[in-house]
Design a protein around this ligand. Sequence first.
Ligand code: SF4
Length: 262
Amino acid sequence: GGGEVPDLAAPGPAERAARTGEALREAAGRPGGWTLLDHPMLALEVAGSDAFLEPDAVVVHPDGGWSVVEIKSFPMLDGSADAAKVGAAARQAAVYVLALEEAAARLPERPGGPPDVRHQVLLVCPKDFSNLPTGAAVDVRKQRAVTRRQLSRLTRVEELAAALPDDVCFDPGRPADALLRSVESVPAAYAPECLSACELAFHCRERARAAGDVSALGRSVRGELGGLTSVEEVLTAAASPESAGEGADPGADATVAALRRA
Ligand code: SF4
């Protein structure tokens, strides 16, 4: 009968992740019942460091399987919701699935093997603009595979750090000019998308503009321009038919031709 809803409270993210791990282990030792983990904390190794993630809920099924539950505020109308929003929710849930798989692998060995982490997640949304919840199973296999591949390609933090000059230090307690020198010594690939995501955006934008870097115009523009990386190069290529590229890359040649027609 009934289900368990264990208390997952703990002071910091690492402690909360440990507490979640404990609750999952206890649930695994209690087959046949339901357990609901309300806002558990999961750790996922990203580029060699732990990232902490907080799904809305994780359900442990009576058969021992684990499912991710995502609660969203966009409505489900007649059983279907905005595809882009569902896609974003699926990508987010796929990361939780990977983190749960790591948690499953950390459980002590058991006769039946580690718990099965379901690749279908439960998406809960308001039903038809009401305040009643409704749910749909969303298959996140594809998103999980893509995310796993991307994570495996990330460069480890240690390797990034090893590539920096020895005196680079980002301690906010250091004097402003020393910090600025450290920031300046690291190459950046500014794009307008940075503005909504990164506190260094204004600094990087200024630097990209000062260098005439085409990436400041947007990632798609940079992609279109191929080998042409500065605004000056683009203008020169567009203005002078003669400069058309011996030795330039073939993608850039096509772009140069297109620019001249423009
Ligand atoms: S703004 Fe932030 S994310 Fe963008 S290039 Fe600069 S440091 Fe990187």
